[in-house]
Design a protein around this ligand. Structure first.
Ligand SMILES: Cc1cc2nc3c(=O)[nH]c(=O)nc-3n(C[C@H](O)[C@H](O)[C@H](O)COP(=O)(O)O)c2cc1C
Length: 175
């Protein structure tokens, strides 16, 4: 089975992104080995910092994964700063980082009706800039996500079934 790293774009305990990540990985637990990155321990990006253990561990995690699934909310029409910070750490050296040729799938989440679709577009653009391989699929968005979280899991069978149908070809492509 492929090793897939989920990178969530929200740090908060009751996060709907994290609830979506947990629900997706539980639903697809027989198809891949899932782990969830902890980007909250990363310092602010600073090129002078070359020996931070949290940064090294995160870069290693990205490098070792067969594929990455981002599950991120939209903040002010774009990617949350905390997620961009994590991506920036793993993006060096430019065009030769652990993201180069890395298969990536993007899921966006929102408390509102649009499901974070603008952040999703921005994130794909960012990944393209790092020469990552953004998987082509129908856009998986989770609108009105906060109202659908129960016991730490996204509880929206229709959205989860749609997400599974789009993510399965991604997982198969990693074999
Ligand atoms: C700083 C900030 C900016 C936000 N901007 C947007 C936005 O542009 N579009 C949107 O749909 N939701 C926006 N929201 C609402 C988020 O979609 C909502 O808070 C969501 O639950 C955050 O994801 P989480 O549950 O994983 O923490 C914003 C929330 C915050 C805290």
């Amino acid at each position: 089975m492929p090793d897939i790293l989920i990178i969530p774009g929200s740090l908060r305990q009751m996060s709907s992104s994290r609830a979506t990540a947990r629900a997706l990985s539980q639903r697809l637990e027989a198809q891949a080995n899932w782990s969830i990155a902890d980007i909250g321990t990363l310092p602010h990006y600073n090129a002078d910092v070359t020996d931070n253990p949290a940064v090294a561990a995160f870069v290693d995690q990205v490098g070792a994964a067969d594929g990455i699934v981002f599950v991120s909310p939209e903040y002010n029409y774009s990617v949350p700063g905390v997620l961009k910070n994590a991506i920036d750490w793993a993006s060096r050296p430019a065009f030769a980082s652990v993201f180069r040729d890395k298969p990536c799938f993007v899921v966006s989440v929102s408390g509102g009706a649009l499901g974070g679709v603008r952040a999703q577009a921005h994130l794909k653009y960012i990944l393209n800039g790092m020469l990552a391989r953004v998987f082509a699929a129908k856009e998986v968005v989770v609108p009105n996500a906060n109202a659908k979280v129960a016991d730490g899991l996204l509880n929206d069978p229709d959205v989860l079934a749609f997400a599974e149908a789009e993510i399965m070809p991604f997982i198969d492509s990693l074999a």
